[in-house]
Design a protein around this ligand. Structure first.
Ligand SMILES: Cc1cc2nc3c(=O)[nH]c(=O)nc-3n(C[C@H](O)[C@H](O)[C@H](O)COP(=O)(O)OP(=O)(O)OC[C@H]3O[C@@H](n4cnc5c(N)ncnc54)[C@H](O)[C@@H]3O)c2cc1C
Length: 396
């Protein structure tokens, strides 16, 4: 057995033995649905435990709290967490977007100040990019940051701020130069959320859960050293953040961001479901659909594996990373829609209805599946990116 095989066995045993007991409340499905203090504290304690066991930030530098090991070790942990369907870790924005960004371009002081707290979950991060009047058109950002001595004064509003109720820091895009209408006037901030003048207001989702907020800035004064990079570099840094967010760049600390119902769960549901009085898996049309989903799922797995080997991606190096979010989020949405179609009239029952199949978890997962087709750039925007940057199609 290789060292990695030994490690895989060790990790599998650790997660089996340390899985937290099922709480007496419903856990959220992903970091985008953490809506109550009980859910949050449960997940935060879980992240801390995984970090203390040495299974998070394994490939990050040791001087900032990481493990200093090859990425392959963290990949094994991530795969095992997904396989055992243990709860996800809540600090997704910190671990996977803000953290890698700070390690890539942050100053030494920023690395010392922020990285360890991201890993321990002492410092939860959120992202302030979307505004009530702009989402896809990020360059139209209107939140103002005005320099005043040793401070910036923030005014404006963000919306759809995932983890906004619990975050200690925000990666924030704001306009420092109002004369520049688009890219050039933007700057990037590592903004403390406990600043007077910053307020968050939870937003209720289609599922009845909370998880994101509207965030208001009213003459909120933050220290000038919260600026990342230089004034006017905000667009460049935001684009770099999105490459981490959309999974197109490596360097993430690891952990899982959701507990997903997958294609094998749907096969198992089909075995229990009936079509014309027989198991749905005996129905040719259902079998055909299931096989298509299985092939797509396997295709996505192989693409992810292939994307990690540069020699196999020389022809179109960006094709796999830039298309991954579009492929996998749309696949999940269609898969869950199919899972509901297996339930006949029961598809209309929801969490809280004693007659809902599996407590209504399929319905909740279906509604939540839209999150990833919108957050981080909608599917239409992702398709534009693939069309223009991978296929070289004209802009219109
Ligand atoms: C669950 C969830 C969590 C989120 N979390 C965060 C967060 O933590 N921080 C944050 O800043 N934001 C967050 N967002 C916001 C998200 O990034 C935006 O919703 C998204 O970028 C789309 O912006 P919008 O809602 O303003 O839609 P719009 O930009 O108004 O788009 C409306 C529709 O028009 C389409 N469209 C727009 N422009 C084009 C175009 N050029 N070509 C083709 N179609 C186009 C879109 O695809 C969409 O269908 C989250 C969203 C969701 C759903």
């Amino acid at each position: 057995m290789s060292a990695l095989d030994d490690f895989r066995a060790e990790v599998a045993a650790w997660f089996r033995d340390n899985r937290p007991p099922e709480p007496d409340f419903l856990l959220p499905e992903s970091f985008m649905e953490v809506g109550t203090d009980a859910q949050f504290e449960h997940l935060r304690a879980w992240q801390r435990k995984i970090y203390e066991a040495g299974y998070l930030g394994m490939a990050w530098p040791t001087q900032y709290g990481g493990g200093g090991k090859p990425q392959a070790f963290q990949d094994i942990v991530n795969a095992e967490m997904a396989r055992q369907k243990v709860p996800f870790v809540p600090n997704t924005i910190g671990l996977n977007w803000a953290g890698p960004l700070i390690l890539a371009i942050g100053t030494e002081a920023e690395k010392q100040r922020y990285i360890k707290g991201i890993l321990t979950a002492d410092d939860i991060w959120c992202q302030g990019f979307s505004e009530p009047d702009q989402g896809s058109d990020l360059a139209n950002c209107q939140t103002r940051a005005t320099r005043d001595g040793d401070e910036y004064v923030l005014n404006g509003a963000n919306i759809w701020t995932s983890l906004g109720s619990y975050a200690r820091y925000m990666i924030l895009l704001a306009r420092t130069n109002p004369l520049e209408k688009r890219y050039g006037g933007l700057s990037y901030f590592l903004c403390p959320m406990e600043t007077p003048g910053i307020e968050t207001q939870p937003i209720r989702k289609l599922t009845g859960e909370y998880g994101f907020t509207q965030t208001f800035f009213r003459d909120a004064r933050i220290p000038a050293d919260c600026l990342m990079g230089r004034e006017g570099e905000g667009w460049k840094i935001a684009m770099m953040t999105l490459t981490f967010e959309r999974g197109a760049a490596g360097g993430q600390a690891g952990g899982t961001a959701r507990v997903a119902l997958g294609v094998r769960d749907v096969v198992e549901l089909a075995r229990r479901s009936r079509r014309d009085g027989r198991p749905a898996t005996e129905d040719p049309a259902t079998r055909d659909q299931l096989v298509r989903f299985l092939i797509e799922d396997q295709g996505d797995r192989l693409c992810a594996a292939r994307a990690a080997i540069p020699a196999l991606c020389t022809e179109r190096p960006l094709a796999l990373p830039l298309s991954a979010k579009l492929r996998t989020s749309e696949h999940r949405r269609r898969l869950l829609q199919f899972a509901l179609s297996l339930q006949g009239a029961n598809a209309a029952r929801y969490v809280g209805d004693a007659r809902a199949v599996d407590g209504g978890k399929w319905q909740r997962a279906y509604f939540n599946a839209f999150s990833s087709t919108i957050g981080g750039g909608t599917s239409q925007i992702q398709a534009n990116i693939v069309g223009e940057r991978v296929l070289g199609l004209p802009k219109d």
